[in-house]
Design a protein around this ligand. Structure first.
Ligand code: NAD
Ligand code: PRE
Length: 311
């Protein structure tokens, strides 16, 4: 009997946090026949071989995708267009081509024009991760009970979408389908803006520490430490996310800045009621998310994009 979501040969382009986690989870769940992966440096290839999770680790992306039934690009968003162009002539007819990029509009724009008509392009984004990267950072449980959003372009074969859905479900993910544009707007507020804020506040605190010599960072705890974890995320990945989801991020940043100004004014005017009301509302939001068992703003996926309430 065939296991639901199983592919005979999977090619993972890139073996970092996400590629390495897919390989580990697919192995564990028995949904991969052969797994082939690629890594650019000799050092990483040696490490991937040593880990013993995949069957083959190659330097050539073109070589890796030959005869693969499922190809997943697990590389920074900005690298996906050039890699799609590189692998296109070597893809097996009927193969499913996917990715894991954190932005979807740019992925569709950059990859689709290179792909031949005889393959099925189904972009995906597993909304699960950590601040770590590289071949040792992955783990098989990463996707369990987390969302994986598929953004298939119009006209993509329904069977190919179902097969990819079954693959991600086998890795433990809850799968949802969205348009790339909706995905990018939701993720701009739930993931991209929080990272921008973390990158900003950690940099600001560090500069203040240097100016005041007050050891701001050394004695930080609680909330600030949570920001430092997020701000330790991979610089290449996040540079690409902000460059490729520019419009949605700037839009959300505009709304965020307006709301920050309202809180700034409340502090300046000593308006305790406004502060208390705001904090009460946000506490209820957090408790609602935790109550329904989803420690993530992903609880809102599938519904219209949440709007920040204007008072
Ligand atoms: N880290 C997260 O939390 C997270 C979560 C969901 C999705 N994503 C997305 O997954 C993708 C991979 O992220 P990751 O966290 O696994 O990163 P990572 O840094 O751990 O791994 C990226 C891999 O891509 C390779 N790579 C980089 N540039 C390349 C190029 N030009 N050609 C070929 N290979 C290249 C690197 O050598 C590395 O093996 C990104 O698009 C990211 O947006 C990340
Ligand atoms: O938990 C974290 O470290 C993450 O940043 C993971 C996170 C997120 O913002 O939720 C980051 C980017 C990905 O596209 C998906 C997941």
């Amino acid at each position: 009997m065939t296991v639901a979501g199983r592919f005979e040969r999977i090619a993972l382009i890139g073996f970092g946090l996400i590629g390495g986690s897919i390989a580990r989870a697919a192995r564990l769940q028995g949904v991969a026949g052969e797994i082939v992966t690629t890594a650019r440096s000799e050092k990483t290839r040696a490490r991937v071989a040593e880990l013993g999770i995949v069957d083959r680790v190659l330097a050539s992306n073109a070589e890796a995708v030959k005869d693969a039934d499922l190809v997943i690009l697990c590389i920074p968003v900005g690298a996906c267009g050039p890699v799609a162009e590189e692998i296109a002539p070597h893809l097996k007819p009927g193969a499913i081509i996917s990715d894991v990029g954190s932005v979807k509009g740019a992925i569709v724009r950059d990859m689709a024009p290179h792909l031949p008509a005889n393959v099925h392009f189904v972009p995906a984004h597993p909304v699960a991760g950590t601040e770590n990267s590289g071949p040792d950072s992955g783990f098989a449980e990463l996707f369990i009970n987390r969302w994986c959003i598929l953004t298939p372009p119009d006209g993509v074969d329904a069977d190919a979408i179902d097969r990819l859905r079954a693959f991600w479900a086998a890795l433990g993910a809850k799968v949802e389908i969205m348009t790339p544009d909706h995905h990018d707007r939701v993720l701009a507020i739930t993931s991209h803006l929080p990272h921008l804020i973390a990158y900003t506040i950690v940099g600001t605190a560090d500069e203040l520490a240097q100016v005041t010599e007050s050891e701001v960072i050394k004695f930080s705890a609680g909330g600030f430490r949570d920001f430092t974890r997020i701000a330790a995320s991979d610089p290449t990945m996040w540079r690409d996310i902000f460059l490729s989801n520019k419009d949605a991020v700037l839009d959300m940043l505009g709304t965020f800045t307006e709301d920050l100004s309202k809180l700034t004014r409340a502090i300046r005017r000593g308006d305790g009621e406004a502060l208390f009301d705001h904090f009460t509302r946000t506490r209820a939001i957090r408790r609602g998310i935790v109550d329904i068992g989803q420690d993530s703003a992903a609880a809102d996926f599938g519904r219209p994009l949440p709007q920040i309430k204007k008072s």
